[in-house]
Design a protein around this ligand. Structure first.
Ligand SMILES: Nc1c(NC[C@H](O)[C@H](O)[C@H](O)CO)[nH]c(=O)[nH]c1=O
Ligand SMILES: CC(=O)[C@@H](O)COP(=O)(O)O
Length: 141
């Protein structure tokens, strides 16, 4: 059993709600406990996970959000920096599943957020739990 914190960006609320469904269903199917913390955008997710990790209240984390390409370089900043922040935390030993979608348009996002289609949030839950299992194995020696 694990206690997982889902940290999600409500920037595209309808997409985020779908992602939450997929993540919650995956966690509940495995009998895991979870809390949900919402932040404004994907850029805030790594900092929120870092702050939550300091409390030692969670075994692992799932990042949910969606970045859709616009007209400017901002897409690259949000998509790349959120992933970079999550990877830095992961390499520091936090079990994190990155479910932040980085897509060209809303249609791509909906397909990947929908629990009945690609269900990338469910995949991110699986990744976080897999890293947590590895971490526990290494800690036991
Ligand atoms: N354009 C998207 C954003 N932008 C907002 C940033 O994440 C951030 O909240 C802002 O720059 C203030 O620091 N966020 C997304 O999650 N998705 C986007 O497509
Ligand atoms: C991905 C984004 O940051 C997006 O919302 C920004 O759109 P734009 O580049 O058109 O300002």
């Amino acid at each position: 059993m694990a206690k997982i914190l889902i940290v999600g960006a409500g920037f595209y609320r309808h997409i985020y709600e779908l992602q939450l469904q997929g993540a919650k269903a995956a966690l509940e199917a495995g009998g895991h406990k979870y809390d949900v913390l919402e932040v404004p955008g994907a850029l805030e997710i790594p900092a929120a996970i870092s702050m939550a990790a300091d409390t030692a209240a969670y075994d692992g984390f799932v990042a949910l959000g969606c970045v859709i390409r616009g007209e400017t370089f901002h897409f690259e900043v949000v998509a790349t920096e959120s992933a970079r922040g999550l990877m830095a935390l992961t390499l520091d030993g936090l079990p994190i599943g990155n479910g932040i979608l980085t897509v060209e348009n809303e249609a791509q996002a909906l397909t990947r957020a929908d629990p009945a289609q690609k269900n990338k949030a469910g995949e991110a839950v699986g990744a976080a739990l897999a890293l947590l299992t590895l971490k526990r194995q290494f800690e036991q020696g």
